[in-house]
Write a protein that binds this ligand. Structure first.
Ligand SMILES: [Zn+2]
Length: 387
């Protein structure tokens, strides 16, 4: 996510913090400081926020590490003011796996709450827990452990609200998908998610303004993900060769860059395969990489100066769905396609989108929903979010 900075790498996963997170720290500092007018309680406020976000981070790691057991990697975990976000490479498709991954996050908070509870019991502080509301609203440092306990309970309850794509919504989708097909289960869960999201926004206007953001997040998330599932169901059953582009102009590494400019202006082509003298694909050239190279203002540039290394090689017989997912995952706009060892053509995102637009029309009639071909498909980034 733009504006995020890596602060650590734990268990092979980058931990990032969005800069707006600093606003929360500042806000807590001042609200604690205002109460007592001393710097120490301001710092305590910061300490408390950090402790809460460690709990959120642990929750995200719950999802990420369990997903890893099912062979799913996590690109990174980002901390935002409204919570955490684990970017899983993909969402497990087997309902049982999705169910387990979804429950793993809240389970971590249950575990933390139990540990804190044992600590409170062992130190004889349990009496304070009798009055939760007082505990949560009290800024007094002596209630630190009680507050952490309460925060973890809230994290569990809130994330289990069945508002897809929050954890509870995923649990719901997974349970439905055990009986229905996945597209139908997603549509249903997303519908409930959107309805609850509207409720959150509405409640937000009359109470906690935070709820407005959370409602919007859920609404957009539910829409994006149900579209993604529909996209996949449209591509199912097709192969890369069904949408393969065979009419294209290759560029050679040594050619002047001006040739790419001429082609871009005189034809419909926006992305090119870059070949070496032995006709082997060594990279791709996109409109963006071309513009970027030209902006350096250097004269006599060659195609190789603007070419990007090709991150992916696709095969003709590959399922289209898989190829599309790989392209989205690698953020590749164009890829060479091979037939065995031979170059068979290329595939670009625009291609697939046109295909979706045409096929989507039929699917939309069935599904009466979701995929609007006029909108750009979002790069696939599966968010596993915690508020
Ligand atoms: Zn979660």
């Amino acid at each position: 996510m733009r504006g995020s900075h890596k602060i650590a790498r734990i268990a092979g996963i980058d931990v990032k913090v969005h800069w707006t997170f600093l606003i929360i720290l500042g806000w807590f500092f001042f609200s604690y400081y205002r109460e007592t007018s001393n710097i120490e309680s301001g710092l305590y406020g910061i300490g408390f926020v950090l402790a809460v976000f460690i709990c959120v981070l642990a929750h995200e790691y719950g999802h990420a590490l369990v997903a890893r057991r099912f062979g799913i990697r996590t690109r990174d975990i980002t901390l935002l003011p409204i919570g955490g976000l684990a970017s899983l490479e993909r969402i497990p498709e087997k309902p049982k796996e999705e169910l387990i991954v979804a429950l793993a996050g809240p389970a971590v908070n249950v575990a933390i709450a139990i540990v804190v509870y044992i600590y409170l019991a062992a130190t004889g502080q349990l009496v304070n827990l009798v009055n939760y509301t007082e505990t949560i609203s009290s800024l007094d440092p002596i209630y630190f452990a009680e507050n952490i306990f309460a925060v973890n309970l809230i994290l569990v309850v809130f994330n289990l609200i069945p508002a897809f794509p929050m954890d509870g919504g995923r649990v719901l989708r997974a349970l439905l998908a055990m009986r229905w097909d996945r597209a139908k289960a997603t549509r249903f869960a997303a519908g409930i998610g959107r309805t609850l999201a509207v409720g959150f926004v509405f409640m937000g206007f009359f109470g906690n303004f935070w709820m407005v953001f959370i409602g919007l997040f859920i609404y957009l998330g539910a829409t994006a993900e149900s579209r993604q599932v529909l996209t996949k169901s449209i591509l199912e059953g097709y192969l890369v060769e069904d949408v393969l582009m065979t009419q294209y102009t290759p560029l050679y590494v040594h050619e002047p860059l001006q040739r790419a400019v001429d082609l871009l202006l005189s034809s419909q082509e926006k992305e090119f395969l870059v070949l070496d003298l032995e006709d082997i694909v060594v990279g791709v050239l996109t409109r963006e990489s071309l513009v970027q190279a030209l902006s350096t203002g250097e004269p006599n540039m060659r195609v190789k100066d603007a070419a990007l290394a090709t991150p992916l090689e696709l095969h003709k017989q590959m399922p289209l769905q898989e190829a599309f997912e790989l392209m989205m995952g690698a953020r590749a706009t164009v890829c060479p396609v091979y037939d065995g060892q031979h170059l068979a053509g290329m595939l670009n995102q625009e291609n697939v989108q046109e295909f979706l637009l045409l096929r989507g029309k039929d699917a939309r009639d069935d599904a009466e929903d979701i995929y609007d071909g006029s909108e750009e498909l979002e790069p696939k980034g599966d968010a596993w979010a915690t508020r």
